[in-house]
Design a protein around this ligand. Structure first.
Ligand code: SF4
Length: 348
């Protein structure tokens, strides 16, 4: 019943997305390209649709199928991903593309169980690909769906403890037919009408919603209080050589921002940063540190700059003449430090 109403609503209200098959075509059996669904779903992990569209189109243009992506240079992919955050996703994206290209002949598996074996594909992404790309009866449960289900059934137990029961209820709602469209319908409802501030007056399932009936919609879902995020401290070094080149390095594959182009920095620790300059120079310190928030901590990054001569021999990284493309290859925190540093040091 609820799923039928949502599918009817989706038929006229589906949000257009570049990877999505409109419902009018979907009901006639047109299926989206699994490569597009996988790519978009990996990008959408922890990221909004609005932010993802530009990146999706750029990837699609540059690497139109999974074989093309599998053959791409790591640095090109990491550079194209820069700014999207959660860089482990990009590393896993490449690993997964190479497995699909070499082991599966470029054809994505169509079951949740098989999809789950791929790098970077967790339960949510496996269900989303199985449902949307292959119309499998898979239950998609992201934060939007959790919110909708918690409200429909007035679940007052806090998350994450209530996850299991929310998954069970979401599973009961998932229809055998048009499971892909249903998954997208409920995600769209959560992203638009049943958002943090729900607009129940225009909601297609208002008559079936227990939270609305009880007047507690805006309070749900209840979340267990999180511990405050700790703050870590570090130093980013910007060395400019006489020819204008800037010292950059590729971060180690494992760890935060792994494989990304970056400024040399110290370790990021929950105490005063310990100096680790990449070369001997007369370093100047910018007045204000750069602030950035990661999933598990805040970072205060002091930025130090120095002019060095052509004989400068760094212990790590390499000097590169910055181009118009250089800032776009840097992850957001590095771009903040780079922008602060180059305006202080006078690099164009
Ligand atoms: Fe969400 Fe309100 Fe619709 Fe209930 S009636 S599902 S709370 S928008």
């Amino acid at each position: 019943m609820i799923n039928e109403i949502l599918l009817n609503w989706y038929d006229t209200n589906a949000r257009p997305m570049p990877w999505r098959i409109p419902p009018a075509d979907s009901v006639n059996g047109v299926r989206p390209d699994a490569y597009h669904i996988w790519l978009s779903e990996v990008m959408l992990q922890q990221t909004t649709v609005a932010a993802v569209i530009r990146y999706f189109l750029a990837f699609q243009r540059r690497w139109p199928d999974v074989h093309a992506l599998a053959n791409a240079d790591d640095a090109d992919v990491m550079g194209e991903w820069a700014g999207l955050g959660y860089y482990a996703r990009a590393r896993n994206l490449l690993k997964c593309a190479r497995i699909i290209s070499s082991d599966y002949g470029g054809i994505f598996p169509d079951t949740e169980a098989e999809l789950l074996r791929l790098p970077g594909v967790g339960p949510y992404t496996a269900a989303a690909i199985a449902a949307i790309a292959f119309d499998r009866q898979a239950t998609v449960l992201d934060a939007n769906v959790e919110r909708v289900v918690a409200r429909l059934y007035a679940i007052t137990a806090p998350l994450p403890d209530s996850k299991k029961s929310l998954r069970g209820l979401a599973g009961q709602l998932t229809p055998a037919k048009r499971a892909g469209d249903y998954a997208q319908a409920v995600m769209d409802l959560g992203a638009t009408i049943c958002s943090q501030k729900p607009t129940c007056e225009i909601c297609p399932v208002a008559a079936n919603c227990m939270a609305r009936e009880q007047g507690i919609a805006t309070e749900l879902p209840i979340k267990r209080a999180k511990l405050p995020k700790p703050t870590r401290y570090g130093i980013a070094y910007i060395a400019q050589r006489n020819d204008g080149a800037i010292l950059l390095e590729t971060r180690p594959e494992k760890g935060l921002l792994g494989g990304m182009l970056a400024l040399p920095t110290t370790k990021w620790i929950e105490a005063a940063a310990i100096e680790a300059p990449p070369l001997d120079a007369k370093w100047s310190t910018l007045d204000a540190p750069v602030k950035h928030t990661f999933t598990h901590f805040h970072l205060l990054l002091t930025v130090k700059t120095a002019h060095v001569d052509m004989a400068a021999a760094p212990t790590r990284g390499q000097f590169e003449i910055p181009t118009a493309a250089t800032p776009g290859k840097l992850p957001t925190v590095m771009l903040k430090a780079y922008s602060a540093g180059i305006s202080a040091i006078g690099v164009e």
